[in-house]
Design a protein around this ligand. Structure first.
Ligand code: UTP
Length: 295
């Protein structure tokens, strides 16, 4: 019988060099889109998909993430005394139940594959999800929930994919595609950051994965790949052809919030949909657009 998906890994051990100086003393995953840090969007998405256990792979300087998901007695007591129930609820809902969250250190930022491997003993022998908080997806149905629905039908490994311009394939893990059925595409192989001329397709993996625990065995070798880092894509590539491996063309818009332009785009897109500030932001964006037309 297929084991249910209960656990999710949040790799948050990266250095965030593309976002310096903002990320010198603050984790990239704590950058806020409108009023919530990126990591909170990822955790809420995981919970909406039925995930019960949250595993954070952290690093030095990432303490703010642990604090964000912990009690803040002084703040919470003060809000209680002042009867600020709305604000209090925003904080209370954040805190996982005891035992639902675990933190493990990736002592050196040796790449995403290494970060995932660091969580192997906490995951054990069951399927798991990986969510990269800096990939933010705006969609009606949360991206991981869409993937879980399809995973419950097909099993195996399922990664979220989207078409990218061919000149951008060297930023992604790219699928060698097999049979396609609706939004589901069989992965015959995967290549990490191929040059546009070498890319087997333009269908690229974003930061949402549902993986079988065999991937840990492939990560054991600890072989550095592109950029000298231990790449998750290389380990996943070794699983293609040995079991079920699919790309899932998710419904929604993905923003690369590890990149300054992507982060600004995400803030505008989420602000436009925000219940209390959406109308005001729309006015501002339209006014900017008018001004730009005149220039
Ligand atoms: P990125 O590829 O964006 O790398 O990682 P990065 O180091 O965070 O940022 P840049 O490229 O230097 O600006 C994608 C995700 O994988 C995590 C990051 O924290 C991020 O959530 N990651 C990356 C790790 O947990 N450990 C690593 O060694 C590398």
């Amino acid at each position: 019988m297929r084991k249910p998906l209960r656990k999710a890994i949040f790799p948050v051990g990266g250095l965030g060099t593309r976002f310096l100086p903002a990320t010198k003393a603050m984790p990239k995953e704590m950058l806020p889109v409108v009023d919530k840090p990126l990591i909170q969007y990822a955790v809420e998405e995981a919970r909406a998909a039925g995930i019960e256990e949250l595993i954070f792979v952290t690093g030095r300087g990432k303490g703010a993430i642990e604090d964000h998901f912990d009690y803040s007695y002084e703040l919470q007591e003060t809000l209680k005394e002042r009867n600020k129930d709305t604000e209090l609820a925003l904080i209370d809902n954040l805190i996982p139940n005891p035992g639902e969250v675990a933190y493990i250190r990736q002592q050196e930022a040796r790449g995403l594959g290494h970060a995932v491997w660091c969580a192997r003993n906490l995951v054990g022998n069951e399927p798991f999800a990986v969510l990269l908080a800096d990939d933010l997806v705006q969609s009606d149905i949360p991206c991981l929930k869409q993937m879980v629905e399809i995973y419950n039908e097909v099993g195996g490994n399922v990664v979220a994919v989207m078409d990218v311009p061919r000149e951008h394939t060297d930023r992604y893990g790219v699928l060698k595609t097999g049979k396609q059925s609706g939004r589901l595409i069989e992965a015959l192989g995967l290549v990490e950051k191929p040059k546009p001329v070498d890319a087997p397709s333009t269908l690229s993996i974003i930061g949402r994965y549902i993986l079988q625990p065999d991937v840990f065995g492939h990560l054991d070798a600890q072989e550095p790949g592109a950029g000298g880092e231990i790449q998750l894509t290389d380990a996943m590539a070794r699983m293609c052809g040995r079991g079920r491996f699919h790309g899932y063309r998710f419904e929604g818009t993905r923003f690369d919030c590890g990149d300054k332009a992507g982060f600004i785009q995400a803030n505008i897109a989420f602000a436009l949909r925000h219940p209390s500030i959406g109308a005001k932001v729309r006015e501002t964006v339209l006014a900017f657009a008018e001004d730009l037309k005149k220039k």
